[in-house]
Write a protein of this length. Structure first.
Length: 154
């Protein structure tokens, strides 16, 4: 590859890569939320799992993976840890190796305790990103969530 072609490729990727920018934003925003929910013994990814299962009710792993756009091995590790903390209940579904995940009363209480700290993180993240960017992220995320929820309910 010629030097000018290499420079052109690098300039294009460095100047335009959406994935790299989203990764930077993800780390910055996740850090804010993780710091906020850490006193509750959680990471924001764990809290999101508890919230989704609370909102949709008991569910199998596959729809949870679709809704959160997370692979099954990552979800399995996370829900096993959350179950050990007493916030989720995992039971066989009666259909092969599938199991049903539900939120325990302790999990619901945890959400209630963590909510004020989550709200502070939400404000801090909005302050960091700005209102316009926050709304754009919510809009894009809502489209993806709606598509995942449509698949879940089908």
């Amino acid at each position: 590859m010629e030097s000018t072609e290499k420079e052109k490729i690098l300039k294009d990727i460095i100047g335009n890569c959406i994935a790299a920018r989203i990764r930077v934003l993800d780390r910055a925003v996740s850090s804010i939320y993780n710091k906020a929910v850490r006193p509750h013994g959680l990471k924001i990814t764990q809290m999101n799992i508890i919230v989704v299962v609370s909102a949709f009710g008991p569910m199998e792993v596959k729809p949870l993976c679709r809704i959160l756009n997370i692979d099954s091995s990552t979800i399995s590790r996370a829900i096993t840890l959350i179950e050990k903390q007493g916030y989720l209940k995992i039971e066989p579904s009666g259909q092969g190796k599938n199991y049903i995940i539900s939120v325990t009363e302790e999990g619901l209480n945890l959400l209630q305790r963590a909510y004020p700290d989550w709200k502070k993180a939400e404000k801090e993240a909005t302050d960091l990103l700005g209102q316009e960017t926050t709304m754009a992220i919510r809009s894009a995320g809502d489209k993806m969530l709606l598509a995942a929820m449509t698949k879940y309910s089908a």
